[in-house]
Design a protein around this ligand. Structure first.
Ligand SMILES: Cc1ncc(C[n+]2csc(CCOP(=O)(O)OP(=O)(O)O)c2C)c(N)n1
Ligand SMILES: [Mg+2]
Length: 333
């Protein structure tokens, strides 16, 4: 058996193009959120905004396994899920600014972004509202017999909702390809998960429903990618639902404007230093010799420029017209 020369890097778990894409998407989510954090303070963005910064490796580690034909259902903290599933940066920015050119014609805003052409069935302001929708989509996947899957993103708080328990039980009973991703970022609004999750173990609780479940470090893209890969393969092969509990942190408050009095003074600073998914990704890919800094630095610049254009265009774009206030809102049968 031939042995590799000592200087050669071990095989990367993803192809070079995929590593570059994963980094670009995580970086896009981070800069999208960092810029919104600044722009929200101008008062130009209507409605409520919940930022996803810090959790990027979860959305991207999961969505790297999905195509446009697979479905996701998101939460109130949905920008990262949308971007990871392929929603257009400019279309999202228009939407968040309430502009007519937005992905939902400026009528949904930050918490109600959807793009069905990308399999992104919608963000959802109802905590625990996503899993029942995702199970419905999973029934369609199963009936089509085409190996597609449906993913419900949720938080540690959502994991305590009755709607979620019913959806998880139904997914097991009907053996549908539904994947539940509970991003345990330690808080539900201002309440700690260590207090509110009775069993302290969301993955363990999912196993109680009769499905495989894993817990992983949500700040490690590779840990999320590999764990979700195993669970997704199980669902695609007809094995039924599965659950992933990535343990992660959010960098900003529950919503923009949250004074975060429930967090220790240096908590976020410490977590930015020790749990940053972008830093961890760069350390791993550069350390293993899979990519070089010179591959990644230009991506940083391109992403910043793209976000800048998106914000400037959104600020000057026309709002959704009043004449259309009731169109696309009510279904007619
Ligand atoms: C049914 C319902 N109950 C309460 C709320 C108010 N609420 C909005 S977000 C949130 C916390 C959700 O926490 P978690 O699921 O952990 O998600 P995270 O905000 O941490 O991403 C709550 C209680 C709501 N929107 N819907
Ligand atoms: Mg939470």
């Amino acid at each position: 058996m031939a042995t590799a020369p000592a200087s050669s890097a071990p095989h990367a778990p993803l192809a070079r193009e995929q590593l570059l894409r994963a980094y670009r998407t995580m970086k896009t989510i981070r800069e999208f959120e960092e810029r919104l954090h600044v722009e929200i303070q101008t008062g130009e963005i209507p409605g409520f905004t919940h930022l996803y910064a810090g959790q990027e490796a979860v959305a991207v580690g999961v969505c790297e396994h999905l195509s446009d034909r697979d479905y996701i259902v998101s939460t109130h903290r949905g920008h990262g899920h949308c971007l990871a599933k392929g929603c257009d940066v400019q279309g999202m920015m228009y939407e968040i600014y309430g502009r007519a050119a937005g992905l939902c014609k400026g009528k949904g805003g930050s918490m109600h972004i959807a793009d069905v052409t990308k399999g992104m069935l919608g963000a959802n302001a109802i905590v625990g509202g996503g899993p029942p929708l995702a199970v419905g989509a999973a029934i369609a996947c199963r009936n089509r017999k085409d190996g597609t899957v449906s993913v419900a993103f949720g938080g540690d708080g959502s994991a305590n909702q009755g709607t979620v328990f019913e959806a998880m039980n139904m997914a097991v009973v009907l053996k549908v390809p539904a994947l539940f991703v509970f991003e345990n970022n330690g808080y539900s609004e201002h309440t700690g998960a260590d207090y509110a999750v009775g069993s302290k173990d969301i993955a363990g609780r999912a196993r109680g429903f009769g499905m495989p479940a894993e817990k992983c470090d949500g700040s490690d893209f590779f840990a999320v990618y590999e764990a979700f890969g195993r669970l997704c393969a199980h669902a695609r092969a007809g094995g039924g639902p599965a659950t992933l509990e990535p343990v992660i942190t959010r960098y900003y408050g529950h919503f923009e404007g949250d004074p975060q009095l429930y967090r220790a003074k240096d908590e976020v600073k410490r977590l930015r230093e020790t749990m940053d998914c972008l830093k961890k990704f760069r350390a791993r890919v550069e350390g293993e010799g899979w990519l070089k800094a010179s591959d990644l630095d230009p991506i940083d610049e391109q992403v910043l420029a793209q976000i800048d254009v998106a914000v400037k265009s959104a600020r000057s774009a026309p709002p959704a017209p009043e004449s259309e206030v009731t169109t696309d809102v009510y279904a007619t049968y």
